[in-house]
Design a protein around this ligand. Structure first.
Ligand SMILES: CC(C)(COP(=O)(O)OP(=O)(O)OC[C@H]1O[C@@H](n2cnc3c(N)ncnc32)[C@H](O)[C@@H]1OP(=O)(O)O)[C@@H](O)C(=O)NCCC(=O)NCCS
Length: 213
């Protein structure tokens, strides 16, 4: 079973290792990364996907640890297989969130984990009262969650990026109507402390929301 839960402070080393693996060293050169530099992610909007570590015997654990490229450590009962975080931004004059980086361990891709992380993050953002989410990413992947470039043509980021990859998704219809101007890091608005959202799924099946309490 894959579990999706809020990120904990102790998850940081595994998350950074996973991002290095997914994006390589050039990940810090991305325009969206510059926007996140020196900022804290939005409260309650960092999620990780974890897989249980087989613990029947040491000879089964060690190959699993190696296979996971450092995501799993001996003595732990779970390994991080996916990560997503959201950040406060201003899109022109509108308060919004920036989604990313989203990454799934190469050995665990194609099982719905990226989709479950994204849907979980969007559901929680909506529950916390946020109205719009932006990201820089692949349109063909993010279209399934409702992202498009329809409302980003008058918004821009500092740094180099492909404008057609600047996408948005309104959590509240019309939230980005007429939005124009620079996208910049922004201090958080007062938000509700959210209720948890959690997903569980069969390891080889598509993931489903089983609890949103
Ligand atoms: C993108 C990523 C997070 C997807 O994670 P995942 O758990 O494999 O995603 P899911 O299982 O939810 O979805 C898999 C589907 O998305 C498709 N997909 C994956 N990456 C895609 C992309 N960049 N563009 C279009 N489709 C993509 C797969 O082909 C698959 O299609 P199918 O459902 O028709 O078989 C993962 O591939 C990853 O970590 N990539 C490297 C980092 C990255 O590119 N992050 C996103 C920034 S744009």
């Amino acid at each position: 079973m894959i579990n999706i839960r809020h990120e904990r402070p102790t998850d940081a080393p595994a998350r950074e290792a996973l991002l290095d693996l997914a994006f390589g060293a050039c990940r810090f050169e991305k325009a969206s990364e510059h926007l996140r530099e020196g900022c804290e992610p939005a409260g309650g909007l960092s999620f990780v996907a974890t897989a249980p570590i087989p613990s029947l015997a040491g000879y089964r654990t060690i190959p699993f640890v190696l296979w996971m490229n450092g995501q799993a450590r001996r003595g732990e009962d779970e390994a991080m297989v996916g990560t997503v975080r959201l950040w406060h931004i201003a899109a022109g004059a509108r308060a919004a969130l920036l989604l990313g980086p989203l990454a799934v361990h190469p050995s665990w891709r194609g099982r719905g984990i990226g989709a479950a992380l994204t849907r979980c993050a969007l559901a929680q953002a909506r529950q916390l009262g946020h109205t719009a989410v932006l990201l820089v990413g692949d349109g063909p992947y993010y279209a399934r969650f409702g992202f498009s470039a329809d409302k980003t043509d008058r918004l821009w980021l500092p740094g180099r990026y492909e404008p057609e990859r600047l996408l948005s998704h309104e959590l509240e219809p019309g939230a980005l109507d007429g939005a124009h101007g620079l996208i910049s890091a922004a201090p958080p608005l007062p938000t509700q402390l959210g209720r948890g959202v959690s997903f569980t799924a069969a390891m080889h099946g598509r993931m489903e929301l089983v609890e949103a309490a």
